[in-house]
Design a protein around this ligand. Structure first.
Ligand code: HEC
Length: 92
């Protein structure tokens, strides 16, 4: 029960963080309508995969394509924020 509650709280925070950080400006309001054909859809992806991609973009380990376009945005997110956003996006 506690675990279930914690999970839904993380998802709710993830939605808030996604909106507040204007992630939807590039990936679309529900993560499924990128504004550029070369930008990825982030909705419905595997949670662990999303966490890894955000951390790698943040650290610079991932520096391909247009990842520089969003480095400044993930730079402000801590591990909890990233996990909450990934949980939210993976459920869309
Ligand atoms: C200025 C536009 C822009 C904004 C704003 C932006 N992103 Fe991105 N994002 C990108 C681009 C472009 C890529 C792909 C980079 C590449 O070409 O490899 C990307 C990649 C990603 C990926 C990896 C997807 C994958 O399948 O590998 C995730 C996850 C992601 N963004 C989440 C976010 C989140 C969460 C936010 C808000 C904190 C955000 N993005 C804000 C442009 C943006």
């Amino acid at each position: 029960m506690i675990l279930l509650l914690a999970t839904s709280a993380a998802v709710a925070d993830g939605e808030k963080l996604y909106t507040e950080n204007a992630c939807g400006a590039c990936h679309g309001p529900t993560g499924n309508e990128p504004i550029m054909p070369t930008y990825p859809k982030v909705a419905g992806q595997n949670k662990e995969y999303l966490i890894r991609q955000m951390n790698d973009i943040k650290s610079g380990a991932r520096n391909n394509g247009a990842s520089v376009a969003m480095r400044a945005l993930v730079a402000n997110l801590d591990d909890d924020d990233i996990a909450a956003i990934a949980a939210y996006l993976s459920k869309l």
